[in-house]
Design a protein around this ligand. Structure first.
Ligand code: ATP
Length: 342
């Protein structure tokens, strides 16, 4: 195995510890790109072999010429994608785990909707104008992160009363689905063509997840607005009778991704964000086309990953295992973006 000749590199944030620990466990040297604030944290872990520190993560592109001269593979995560623009991503020629073409489909809410509906997934209804609203909706501001600044609106009249809060900002009006939010973490192997459910989590959001602690009778007149600010994630195991549908949704998303971004489509880690209603229907809020932070709960593996691997298998480690398997079968190009130089 010549995996030792490639160094796995990622940005020091989000799920970098999981990614680098997984790479180390699979025999790769590891490199963390940090900033001055995070440098000492990443240096403190024995599985981080090398640290390069930059002033701001947005300056990552300045490092690209150095990385292009070395034998490295970038493993991106949510913050990596947020710090670099789509253009920077495409410009970079450093070997990159994943398919960059899918980023355009992920970044646009409209394209995401097309992708997910072509895959036959249930999507909450969307309303074009306030006057069309005929049920509770969630008003989603563009560019809001982690659910910050979302509004819950009861009906068209409620929207009319409060629309001025939104000012000039762009937003979408989406049917509010009442149910349990479940985030399903998948891994699709382009080498074997097999999809795996790696783990799942539910988000814990303030204050919406604590409104039930006050009886609705007592809430009356208190003027409490639900908010959706993420505080953390907790593990969850899904009723087994619902697991087949969760798996099918992942398969369908991968199948359609090969049509919209041929030939490779979506591969590696991804997450479907769902809400499950009392009639056991999954409604899809969003898809993330890479490793999500909720997988950090499972650095030691999850009940689901244990079923496939009788050893600790995080999503980060699963990524490194895929790169290793690709190297062993002389098929590294299969797991890298096509624009990567090898
Ligand atoms: P992130 O990028 O961190 O995933 P975000 O800003 O894209 O967050 P969403 O994931 O779209 O935000 O939504 C944030 C939260 O709002 C969800 O976790 C969920 O609690 C709630 N939410 C979103 N869409 C709906 C919906 N259609 N019905 C009910 N609740 C919703």
């Amino acid at each position: 195995m010549n995996s030792t000749t490639y160094t796995v590199v990622t940005l020091g944030s989000h799920s970098a510890l999981q990614i680098l620990k997984g790479a180390h466990d699979e025999g790769f040297p590891t490199l963390a790109v940090t900033n001055r604030d995070t440098e000492s944290l990443y240096r403190s872990f024995a599985f981080v072999d090398e640290v390069i520190s930059i002033d701001h993560y947005a300056e990552f592109m300045n490092l690209v010429p150095i990385l292009e001269d070395r034998k490295v593979i970038i493993v991106p995560h949510g913050s990596f994608v947020a710090y670099l623009s789509l253009e920077d991503h495409k410009e970079m020629r450093v070997p990159y785990f994943g398919n960059k073409a899918i980023l355009d489909w992920e970044a646009s809410r409209e394209l995401q909707r097309q992708w997910l509906s072509r895959a036959g997934l249930n999507l909450p209804r969307q309303f074009k104008t306030g006057a069309e609203i005929d049920r509770p909706v969630i008003v989603k501001l563009y560019g809001a992160q982690g659910g910050k600044g979302y509004l819950f609106v009861r009906d068209a009249a409620d929207f009319e009363d409060r629309v001025n809060i939104l000012g000039e900002r762009d937003y979408i009006l989406q049917e509010y689905i009442i149910g349990v939010p479940l985030y399903i973490h998948y891994f699709y192997s382009p080498l074997t063509g097999k999809l795996e459910i790696m783990s799942m989590d539910r988000r814990y959001e303030t204050n919406v997840d604590s409104l039930g602690r006050i009886p609705s009778r007592a809430q009356e007149g208190m003027d409490i607005e639900p908010s959706y600010v993420v505080v953390g994630n907790s593990p969850l195991s899904l009723r087994e009778s619902m697991l087949a549908e969760a798996y099918r949704m992942g398969e369908n998303v991968v199948r359609v991704s090969k049509e919209i971004c041929p030939p490779k489509g979506l591969f590696g880690a991804f997450c479907i964000e769902t809400i499950i209603t009392p009639d056991s229907q999954f409604y899809i809020m969003e898809i993330s086309a890479r490793i999500v932070a909720g997988t950090n709960l499972f650095i030691d593996g999850s009940p689901y990953s244990y079923l496939n691997y009788s050893e600790p298998m995080s999503t980060g480690r699963r990524i490194a295992r895929e790169i290793k398997n690709a190297l062993l079968s002389n098929a590294l190009g299969e797991v890298l973006d096509d624009a990567s130089v090898i």
